[in-house]
Design a protein around this ligand. Structure first.
Ligand SMILES: [Fe+2]
Ligand SMILES: [Fe+2]
Length: 296
């Protein structure tokens, strides 16, 4: 990559050109009326948290498909509130920025992408007959206040933790022939647009880390570690098992002990972990948090 040689402005201009060439309007780019195939999965079986466990083997194909549907609803629901806080943070940040700069224009473009993604995720949950997973009021208040913390470089770090894990997961998902076509299409659209968001956030960190004060760098290099336990909790929420007619707590324990699930967590974090290592943002505490949560 020539990222290090280009200025932040040039980099933003390049992403803006890419956005003009390849962006989607999911409202028309997804065939919302296409029938669902009753025999197809909503997530590839191998990324379902219970895949490969005795509990999974004991389930009928119908039950496995239902669990994949509930896990997809859980992931899409989290995607919506994640993109919500990212957009809030981006918009708040822009109040302090130059409205004529390409970086401002790209941030606004990204905001627009996320707005369409939230529509796409919400429509998909409705189309597949799911009920959004909603955090409790107290959690919603905490989540909603995160944009006040996600500022400057912390915003880029948080954006990467939020985007890259899902992105890696989606890349495993989109090529599966056993998958509902609507899900493959959604993943394809999302991966294409997120690739630019990830580049923008990575470029931001790559340029700011070398001149960052030591204490700030220390905080940033370890703070992202909270992503580990957070994702572990999110991916194994009891509600997704209960909705599939299973014992929520017992299945959560089974998933967390599942070597297939662990392998899928490790592969979803691999590329981001390599990036953090590369730019000098993998602190000891951060690494240990990811490792203990099963992502390293
Ligand atoms: Fe998105
Ligand atoms: Fe994004």
């Amino acid at each position: 990559m020539t990222a290090a040689k280009t200025t932040r402005e040039e980099f933003a201009e390049r992403l803006l050109k890419g956005s003009v060439k390849k962006s989607y309007a999911p409202v028309v780019d997804i065939d919302w009326d296409a029938p669902l195939d009753p025999d197809k999965f909503f997530l590839p079986p191998q990324v379902v948290t219970l895949y490969g466990t005795p509990q999974w083997e004991a389930m009928s194909r119908r039950e496995q498909i239902e669990l994949s549907r509930q896990e997809l609803v859980n992931i899409l629901s989290a995607g919506i509130w994640f993109e919500n806080i990212l957009n809030q943070a981006l918009l708040r940040d822009l109040m302090h920025k130059n409205p004529t700069a390409a970086t401002t224009h790209y941030a606004l473009t990204e905001l627009g992408d996320e707005t369409r993604h939230m529509v796409m995720f919400g429509k998909t949950i409705a189309r597949i007959g799911g009920t959004p997973v909603r955090p409790r009021l107290f959690h919603r208040i905490v989540i909603n206040s995160l944009p006040f913390v996600f500022r400057g470089d912390v915003l880029w770090g948080a954006a990467l933790v939020g985007e890259e894990i899902f992105d890696a997961l989606q890349r495993q998902i989109l090529d599966d022939p056993d998958l509902q076509p609507i899900v493959s299409r959604l993943m394809r659209i999302h991966v294409t647009e997120e690739a630019r968001h990830i580049q923008f956030a990575r470029d931001g960190l790559r340029k700011s880390v070398p001149t960052m004060p030591r204490h700030r760098r220390f905080v940033l290099a370890n703070l992202h570690g909270v992503g580990g336990p957070f994702y572990r909790m999110l991916f194994t929420l009891p509600i997704q098992y209960r909705r599939a007619g299973l014992d929520g707590r017992r299945m959560r324990a089974a998933a967390r002990a599942n070597p297939h699930f662990r392998a899928s967590c490790v592969s979803s974090f691999a590329s981001l972990a390599a990036f953090f290592d590369d730019v000098g943002l993998m602190g000891r505490i951060g690494r240990s948090l990811w490792r203990r949560a099963g992502f390293l």
